[in-house]
Design a protein. Structure first.
Length: 98
């Protein structure tokens, strides 16, 4: 067994979710999606005091972590919580904080 073997897949997933939650804009986006099911990136652009390119990077980070998913509805993109991964993240954090 190597030192690298001490890090579990569960710990890696928890760290990926934690990294995605590491910015207040991303927390805002997740809360917005949690309360409204889905929204369009244009709606978020109007609500947040950030450039579209910055918003795009935050959405990309959340999507990369698997916490949200996007569906292209030309010319817009609709974003929703990825329920399976969102529930897993909640369980992993709850277990971590026990």
């Amino acid at each position: 067994m190597t030192k690298k073997d001490n890090i579990t897949e569960e710990q890696k997933r928890l760290a990926r979710y934690a990294k995605a939650l590491g910015h207040p804009i991303r927390i805002y986006i997740l809360k917005r999606l949690q309360n409204h099911c889905c929204c369009y990136s244009g709606d978020l652009t109007e609500e947040l005091p950030i450039a579209k390119s910055t918003l795009s990077q935050h959405l990309k980070e959340l999507k990369s972590a698997g916490l949200i998913q996007g569906e292209i509805q030309t010319p817009r993109i609709k974003y929703c919580i990825n329920k399976k991964n969102w529930e897993e993240a909640q369980q992993l954090f709850a277990h971590f904080f026990e």
